[in-house]
Design a protein around this ligand. Structure first.
Ligand code: BGC
Length: 907
């Protein structure tokens, strides 16, 4: 094995390079520290010194003896987990000399590699948004609730935010700001049930502060769903303790979560107190810029405490959703029924239990928490229901449910890659968090969909956006029943969408840009501009393409499942209602003998209207018009898939008559696009007339120009006036479909495209895009991959894959994960890198594996057939549980049931 050996000392880092592990080193460096840099930055110098050398692992010779990690070193009164840092930097496992001595090199490397692929770990205490971002990443949950990975011992403050959210629980508050009533609907931060802490000898209970934790290691085990936090604490009184907690969501009885809290006094015997709380005094405070608004959504109505149980009941203030939280405390080490009730604060119930302790013995406490809420179908949220639930709850049972669920989930939805530890780990983090955000919705008992930021934080107030389009395809291929329930969230809001259309003067259904409880528009109409102190219009709601994205999801679900009942009962009515809206929005233009669509925005949020125009919105946004044309063609195609009676039923519910059918057929090939001589598709009509921006100059001046809109506005300019985009827009259709489909759509509209048009379009728009949304890179990664520009595709994919882990937008992960990009990376891995396309009537496989991966393995469910794919750089092996035709690298094959088919290919 090619490897490096490391010693990290106080004055220098010693690195030796072994091209063959049992022979002498061929290179040896002593790297002195740069005193101006932290240890992390100094480690970068190892990378630089080793540039060009090939090695598969590192051995750390002087790791400290810690139970949670064997790759921590102490340097100049500081400590760092060199293993975590170097794995991130070099993408190799780092093993300790101790592990090598114990297990041998091969086994030590194998064990560490396997560990790294299944864990998301952080060592050390972080502050502010950095810690808040880690809390979001360490969220546990089950799609009913999400529980941020905050320290149990913390309350909300500048560094910690223990948020709890239940899918579908929103509340509206109105705040008067400068004589203006601003209404906001928030995903509610519910009572904090995870709080636990300890005290020693009846002194003050411990609370987390930036400097009172000596050591802390947080590890989310993706295989089991358990978040483990191990802390070494030295109190001001000199007492030293190890405090270890495990926290997890129940994946079967999804009203429950469980915590195991273990305290080991290390240098004393005496007494320890364990405190447990249900805290109803919390507000929505995760997003500091929202703090000017009324963020108080809870009213606590009842507190009860008996023996070792306690209950907190309340109601959301304006949506009137009842909730009751219940918690108990048990311990093998003390009779917790003698727990003392503490009632010092009006909106909290607290209990404390005290016990004598001996040094170096571990004392265990289990806290089971139940959340009952009245937004669950047929459910009541009272202390009686919560108590019945709590009586059934145990830590061990919750662990069992979690192991069973995740075992099945990894069986169905894992994406296994070889050759790249970092990709593997982050792909699994994304799979994990996608189910944390939605799993329970599959039960059909919740009226909710996936918010743009999961159940992980409060940005965008928990609202549901077009991001669903980036999220649902992953569920559709792995858990179609879940995708169906998410679509039903939209179906149930058809009446609201019709109302929205009516109020705006249109027919059919107009889905809101931001959707929450009822399906009315939750995007703001105005924003207070802090620079000018005026109310500026917010036109983002003009992203009417959201309805088309919903239609796309309906089609994609039907296409991948052939769930004809769904199409007949819900899907067709949705599609027709959306189509009716677009028919009423399209206007005939006699000058061009075409139809125009005006007053809309594309996905690029930098363009809300034309400069020098008072009218909001833009004309003939290419993405919108292409998707309208696609929808109209698709309805004609899907009509034959259901019975005439079912179609008529759907048509009558959607008020869609034969006259509309005729209009739809006409408009479908007469929508307007603007395409220039080089074949560049204008983002919207008039786009080419806008001046370009000197990106180089702006980069030089501002460094990060992702949010060019803010930069320009601060300079008194507007992004509307420039060819500058926040994210992919004109080319979005190429993300949704394959190239021939989009090309056909364009041709059917009567436009010709020159050769190489795709390459030119990608280049053109990439040069003008700042990636101010995490959804941008992933789309351009796909586009580049389609255009055989693999290096660029890989770079953009990697950035997208890392985006929440490294919080590349500088603090936004603190306010919730970006579920859209997370799920889109999963699709890209299987669809574009694995090359498995489900867009046709049978599977087409054309792998384009990145050089960094040696193999990818995953499963898909397509039209009730379960497929397994194993793909490397030369061959594809497919197994399915039913006989199916498919094509691999352009050739047709007939797959037999349960018989693996291996095909050698070249690309
Ligand atoms: C993006 C939108 C996205 C929203 C929610 C915005 O920054 O521009 O495309 O829907 O975030 O994720």
């Amino acid at each position: 094995m090619q490897l490096i050996r490391l010693r990290i000392e106080n004055d220098a880092m010693e690195v030796a390079y072994y091209p063959v592990d049992d022979q002498a080193a061929t290179a040896h460096f002593l790297i002195a520290y740069n005193p101006k840099q932290g240890i992390g930055e100094n480690l970068e110098n190892i990378k630089v010194r080793l540039a060009g050398l090939k090695f598969e692992a590192a051995i750390l010779e002087n790791g400290l003896d810690y139970s949670f990690s064997d790759t921590i070193v102490g340097v100049n009164y500081d400590r760092i987990d060199v293993g975590l840092a170097l794995t991130n930097m070099l993408n190799i496992p780092v093993v300790s000399q101790t592990a090598v001595d114990r297990d041998g090199l091969i086994k030590a490397v194998k064990t560490k590699t396997a560990y790294l692929k299944w864990h998301l770990d952080y060592y050390g205490q972080y502050q502010g948004v950095r810690n808040n971002g880690q809390e979001a990443m360490l969220t546990v949950g089950n799609g009913y609730f999400g529980l941020r990975g905050a320290y149990l011992e913390s309350h909300a403050d500048d560094n910690n935010y223990p948020g709890t959210y239940v899918a579908g629980i929103f509340d509206q508050e109105t705040t008067k700001i400068k004589d203006h009533d601003v209404v906001n609907e928030d995903l509610v931060n519910l009572p904090n049930g995870q709080f636990m802490t300890f005290g020693v000898d009846h002194q003050k209970p411990f609370t987390i502060t930036p400097h009172n934790v000596q050591d802390v290691y947080r590890s989310l085990d993706l295989k089991t769903g358990i978040l483990t936090v191990t802390m070494l604490i030295q109190l001001a009184s000199g007492h030293i303790l190890q405090v270890k907690s495990q926290k997890l969501a129940n994946m079967h009885d999804w009203h429950r979560y469980a915590i195991r809290y273990q305290i080991t006094p290390l240098n004393f015997s005496g007494t320890v107190q364990v405190y447990s709380e249900l805290d109803g005094s919390v507000v929505n405070g995760n997003v500091s810029r929202y703090n000017v608004f009324d963020q108080q959504h809870l009213q606590t109505l009842g507190l009860e405490s008996q023996t070792n149980e306690m209950y907190l009941s309340g109601q959301t203030k304006t949506s009137h959703i009842d909730y009751t939280f219940g918690a108990n405390l048990t311990s093998p080490d003390v009779d917790t029924t003698k727990a003392v009730k503490l009632t010092t604060e009006p909106q909290k119930t607290k209990q404390v239990v005290s016990l004598p302790v001996q040094a170096n013995q571990t004392y265990t406490f289990d806290k089971n928490v139940v959340i009952t809420t009245s937004n669950v179908k047929g459910a009541k949220a009272t202390p009686v229901t919560a108590s019945a639930e709590l009586k059934q709850a145990s830590f061990d049972d919750t662990v069992k449910s979690s192991l069973t669920y995740w075992h099945q989930c990894w069986h169905d939805a894992d994406i296994k890659v070889k050759g790249d530890i970092t990709s593997q780990r982050l792909l699994r983090v994304n799979v994990f968090q996608s189910f944390v955000s939605a799993a329970a919705i599959e039960s059909g008992q919740l009226d909710a969909s996936v918010g743009a930021r999961g159940l992980h934080g409060e940005a965008y107030r928990g609202h549901v956006f077009w991001d669903e389009m980036f999220i649902l395809p992953f569920y559709t291929l792995h858990r179609p029943a879940l995708a169906k329930q998410l679509l039903l969230y939209r179906y149930r809001r058809l009446p609201a969408a019709r109302q929205n259309a009516k109020e705006a003067g249109y027919a059919g259904a107009m889905y809101p840009w931001q959707s929450a409880q009822t399906g009315d528009e939750q995007a703001q109409f105005v924003h207070l501009n802090p620079i000018t102190d005026t109310w500026d219009p917010d036109n983002s709601r003009l992203q009417r393409h959201v309805s088309l994205d919903i239609a796309y999801n309906v089609w994609a679900y039907y296409h991948a499942t052939h769930d004809t009942d769904f199409l007949a009962q819900y899907g067709m009515e949705l599609l027709l209602s959306i189509a009716a809206f677009w028919i009423s929005k399209a206007e005939y233009n006699p000058d061009t003998d075409r139809y125009d669509i005006s007053g809309v925005m594309g996905p690029d949020e930098f363009h809300e209207n034309y400069p020098n125009s008072k009218k909001p919105g833009l004309k003939n946004n290419a993405y919108t018009n292409l998707m309208v044309a696609w929808l109209f063609n698709t309805i004609a195609h899907l009509r034959s898939k259901i019975s005439n009676a079912d179609y008529q039923k759907a048509a009558s519910a959607a008020e869609f008559n034969s006259d509309l059918t005729n209009q739809m057929n006409t408009i479908s090939h007469k929508l307007t696009l603007e395409i220039n001589r080089s074949g560049i598709i204008a983002q919207f009509e008039g786009y080419f007339d806008l001046p370009t921006l000197d990106f180089r100059a702006y980069r030089q001046k501002y460094g990060d120009i992702a949010r060019m809109d803010r930069i320009l506005k601060a300079e008194g300019k507007t992004p509307d006036a420039y060819q500058v985009a926040k994210q992919a827009d004109a080319l979005m259709a190429f993300y949704n479909f394959d190239v021939p489909t989009v090309q056909k759509l364009i041709e059917k509209l009567g436009y010709q495209l020159p050769k190489e048009y795709l390459t030119h379009n990608i280049q053109y728009y990439l040069e003008r895009t700042t990636h101010g949304s995490t959804l941008s890179r992933i789309v351009y990664a796909v586009l580049n991959q389609l255009d055989d520009n693999y290096d660029q595709a890989w770079t953009l994919f990697s950035e997208a894959l890392f985006s929440d882990y490294y919080d590349i937008q500088g603090g936004t992960t603190a306010e919730g994960i970006h579920l859209g990009v997370m799920c889109a990376t999963l699709l890209l891995a299987t669809r574009n890198f694995g090359g498995v396309s489900v867009l046709g009537d049978h599977l087409q496989i054309a792998p384009k594996l990145p050089d960094q991966w040696t193999m990818i393995k995953f499963k898909h469910t397509f039209r009730q057939t379960h497929y397994t794919f194993v793909i490397d750089h030369t061959k594809v092996t497919v197994t399915a549980d039913k006989a199916q035709p498919l094509s691999i690298a352009g050739k047709d094959y007939q797959l037999k049931a349960d018989k693996p088919l291996t095909v050698v290919y070249h690309h």
